[in-house]
Design a protein around this ligand. Structure first.
Ligand SMILES: Cc1cc2nc3c(=O)[nH]c(=O)nc-3n(C[C@H](O)[C@H](O)[C@H](O)COP(=O)(O)OP(=O)(O)OC[C@H]3O[C@@H](n4cnc5c(N)ncnc54)[C@H](O)[C@@H]3O)c2cc1C
Length: 373
């Protein structure tokens, strides 16, 4: 089939790889003038790593592996420890923090040079019988057999299908960075998640002497941002236990980016006819569980499997949406609230098994549950 993909983010590039490998013709239309290079880092868990492996994308030599997630109180006491090496061994794929730029580069490797039309924002989508037409900002049009809306957060394809569905503000936002910081944790395989009254802080070694780190704070749209955000973070979190003060001492304001978060109820049906959605366009959620991109990769895997079955493409697209719904709906509901609310008392935390994340990851995933074990 001749497949039109709107958006060249994680989802658009990954689905193009999958469909090209299956022998389809694919074209991607991206509104930005070039590939995105910012966006700091992403956690790729065993489920996303498994899909990347299936797509022939290697994460060897990039990013930092984490074998454990320790949730701490602001004064440094252990709330809960999760053995992520257990999940990595069980499923055969490690958990890693990797820069978004490097992930997009690896996803693009080996793709045809003329696959992506940059600076081509989609404005309208129509269907007529077996053909789908996308209209772009400059008035040009293109027609194909299928259209996949991988156009993220403010998806035009979603709006064309369903109108303006309500998007809720998630009450919190994130100051995030990926930067060279030399503390003991930089060389460890440990992901720290620290929560207290002032908000939450996550720190993960991202390889190459870098840390992926972020602070979640209360936020509402329109609220003025601090003029000197790093000074504000130091004021608010500088008294937390090590390694937060050491991290903040070495941090640079140039690395910091702010993201306000949103959440949208996952629909049972994402598309109509020969059009479907994929990634944030279908399931926008805050990064509480670090699953947005992982769930996007899960979409790609299921969509590829469904289309490979052949038959009526519209039916295959609906089967893909039905298969994804229970998993991504669970993730989305859990991810809705700020991590700062997840303040499990240390005593209760000791009652959870260290390996509880392995079972949770399987519940999040179509890909991992398909593995024999
Ligand atoms: C602070 C933060 C931290 C995160 N951390 C993690 C994490 O640790 N792990 C994880 O799994 N996920 C994480 N996420 C979520 C993750 O970034 C998203 O889920 C993921 O990028 C979704 O991929 P996508 O392809 O659907 O959308 P995107 O990556 O947003 O790509 C959409 C693309 O579509 C293009 N586009 C938009 N509109 C149009 C149009 N009209 N026409 C043409 N092109 C268009 C955009 O320019 C963009 O390139 C995080 C998100 C944030 C904000």
């Amino acid at each position: 089939m001749d497949v039109l993909v709107i958006g060249a983010g994680v989802g658009g590039l990954a689905v193009a790889r999958s469909l090209l490998a299956a022998g389809h013709q694919v074209r991607i239309y991206e509104q930005a003038p070039t590939m995105r290079t910012g966006g700091a880092g992403l956690s790729i868990f065993s489920n996303g790593a498994a899909v990347l492996h299936d797509l022939g994308v290697s994460l060897d030599g990039v990013g930092g592996r984490f074998d454990r997630i320790d949730a701490l109180t602001a004064d440094g006491r252990l709330r809960l420890s999760s053995d992520m090496a257990h999940a990595a061994t069980l499923y055969g794929f490690p958990n890693k923090s990797i820069s978004r730029r490097l992930l997009l580069e690896r996803l693009s490797e080996g793709l045809p040079g003329d696959l992506i039309s940059y600076g081509t924002g989609c404005r309208k989508v129509t269907q007529d019988g077996d053909r789908v037409t996308a209209t772009f900002d400059d008035g040009s049009m293109i027609t194909g057999d299928l259209l996949i809306g991988a156009d993220g957060h403010h998806s035009v394809v979603r709006r064309e299908l369903w109108g303006d569905l309500p998007i809720r503000t998630a009450t919190f936002g994130t100051w995030q960075a990926l930067s060279r910081i030399d503390i003991d944790l930089t060389r460890a395989h440990l992901h720290l998640m620290i929560t207290g009254r002032e908000g939450a802080c996550g720190i993960i070694p991202a390889g190459d002497g870098k840390l992926q780190w972020w602070f979640d704070v209360r936020w509402s749209p329109g609220e003025p941002r601090p003029v000197a955000p790093l000074a504000e973070l130091r004021r608010r979190f500088g008294h937390w236990a090590s390694p937060v003060p050491e991290l903040l001492a070495q941090a640079s304001e140039d690395d910091l980016d702010f993201f306000g978060h949103h959440w949208q109820k996952v629909r049972r049906e994402w598309g109509k006819g020969r059009v479907t959605l994929l990634g944030d366009a279908a399931h926008l959620m805050p990064p509480t569980l670090g699953q947005g991109a992982n769930q996007t990769l899960e979409d790609v895997w299921v969509l590829g499997r469904e289309l490979a079955k052949g038959g009526d493409p519209a039916q295959r697209l609906r089967a893909y949406e039905r298969a994804r719904y229970p998993h991504v709906n669970l993730v989305s509901r859990l991810a809705r609230h700020s991590p700062a609310n997840w303040r499990i008392p240390p005593l209760i935390g000791r009652m959870f098994s260290e390996t509880s994340q392995s079972g949770m990851l399987a519940r999040f995933s179509n890909r991992l549950t398909a593995l024999p074990h």
